[in-house]
Design a binder for this molecule. Structure first.
Ligand SMILES: N[C@@H](CCC(=O)N[C@@H](CS)C(=O)NCC(=O)O)C(=O)O
Length: 215
């Protein structure tokens, strides 16, 4: 059976679980042996990244590389569109989430705990998140990808949006959510794989917030 090394509140692990739930791929989850960043983990997973997939002799990191591998290995319930243009647009959504939206959220991570919060850094993060939400809104408006199917590009995007929504108030000031993004969030929850993962994952998100003293 496939093994995935994960950590409790990792956003990229939740992204991957949505994909695996949707494709109904059986897998075992384990914490990194010796802990993330340990010599033991690095001897298995040289990059030290989490999540990491172990499939027999194959050790693979980067959630998107893993997602593409699983899409090819388990073609049932495809998560890339049939058309060339559609596949490119789903991949664009993945990359936008991984390289634009999530890094904007990540700017807040050193400041989640109120005790060590830098107000200026939070203001900068708020501005960047706003910029990315507005860009996502336009991209969604123009996208021909139907939302009644779950695409690979949705998996990380929805998890990042749920973190942003959780941070609004306790960590960052109120956001002016574009209507298109709010609608997209609601539509994504209609997919069982998203709803089930968020149901299981939300307690981990809340625990992280409590441990940081942000809730
Ligand atoms: N681009 C990577 C990012 C994953 C990532 O940032 N993982 C964090 C945990 S959430 C991590 O591996 N941290 C340990 C490290 O960077 O050594 C992916 O998509 O998998």
């Amino acid at each position: 059976m496939l093994r995935v090394y994960t950590s409790d509140h990792s956003l990229y692990c939740a992204k991957l679980r949505i994909l695996m739930r949707h494709k109904q791929i059986p897998f075992q989850e384990s914490l990194p042996p010796g802990g993330g960043g340990s010599a033991e983990y690095l001897s298995i997973v040289p990059s030290g990244n989490i999540p990491a997939l172990v499939d027999g002799a194959l050790i693979l990191t980067d959630s998107e590389a893993i997602a593409e591998y699983l899409e090819e290995k388990y073609p049932d319930r495809p998560m890339l569109p049939e058309t060339l243009e559609g596949r490119a647009l789903s991949r664009e959504r993945s990359r936008f989430s991984d390289t634009r939206l999530e890094p904007a959220l990540r700017l807040t991570f050193p400041h989640v705990a109120p005790a060590t919060r830098d107000v200026q850094a939070i203001a900068g993060a708020h501005a960047m998140i706003t910029k990315r939400l507005n860009a996502l809104s336009l991209m969604l408006e123009r996208s021909p990808l139907p939302r009644d199917r779950l695409w690979m590009g949705d998996c990380g995007t929805i998890v990042t949006l749920e973190w942003i929504a959780l941070f609004e108030g306790p960590v960052i000031p109120a956001l002016d959510w574009p209507k298109e993004v709010t609608t997209y969030r609601a539509q994504m929850q209609e997919h069982p794989a998203v709803a089930e993962e968020m149901h299981a994952y939300r307690p981990e998100m809340l625990l992280y917030m409590r441990e940081k003293g942000a809730l």
